[in-house]
Design a protein around this ligand. Sequence first.
Ligand code: CAA
Length: 287
Amino acid sequence: MASIACRFGHKLLCGTVQRPILSSRMMSDKTYNLVTVEKVGEKKNVGLITLNSPRTLNALNDAMIGDVRSAAEDLSEDKDIGCVVLTGKGKAFAAGADIKQMQPMTFQSCTMSGFISNWGQMGKRPVIAAVNGYALGGGCELAMMCDIIYASDKAQFGQPEILLGTIPGAGGTQRLTRAVGKSLAMELVLTGDRINAETALAAGLVSKVVEGDKLIEEAIKTAEKIANNSKLTVAIAKEAVDSAFETTLAQGCLFERKLFYSTFATDDRREGMGAFVEKRKANFTDN
Ligand code: CAA
């Protein structure tokens, strides 16, 4: 299949990604200044959000985070969309919280404004972070808030806040430690050093490393697989996996079993098993 260079500089397969599919205005009355939003994939059932401030390495200020949240929520409300891919334009996924915005802030202003407390709400659909370059500080934290992380071979991950006299504030000390274990997390948080994609893969931070220009294509392929499943069952499965970070093993297994039972109340469970027995492809209705 022929490949085309899209306007973000990613190479995408012809026929896999068709665009421009929609503008943000078509999805809602909101417009996004700092992200672009597209519907991609053969069935146009994948949302692609691209952080679009390459000049600042997609530094995450309030406006950028607001746009990411709105775009993800708007895509969640779109009945066609079953999965979202989040990436960055240029050489960074995101180089962290906006240091220029933070520089004049005080303990009082952080506390009174609830700084960063609104990060991390990214709609109801699963989100794949396609980390194309630097994912540092809040950028690494944003990737870790996603459900799956794919990295390009040019990606670099780190929590360099210590070099600025501060510490991670959007979950870095918690999610990184759960992802890679104490020793590497402690090393990254205390030194500010970065790791490359291969190290991130070996440490379990990312699930796949892809050649730079194939990253979005690969992430979309996986997103399409997810989007072709029942959105209802995907939501239940995601809730089950997420609970692993919040509970003991016994409580988590109990919760999983209850969720498993709950799928037996759905049309899609009946359809999925019926289709297997009848040797045909399942036709899920998200019910
Ligand atoms: N905030 C604001 N602006 C940033 C930024 C950030 N986090 N990262 C990069 N930029 C800006 C630079 O200031 C520069 O702008 P100007 O051209 O106007 O000077 C532009 O982006 C390009 O950056 P560089 O010239 O530095 O690019 P480089 O290729 O030489 O270096 C880099 C790339 C190593 C990523 C370097 O930019 C860097 O170290 N950035 C800061 C990374 C960082 O410390 N992140 C943590 C932020 S704190 C945080 O995130 C807290 C939290 O937990 C929520």
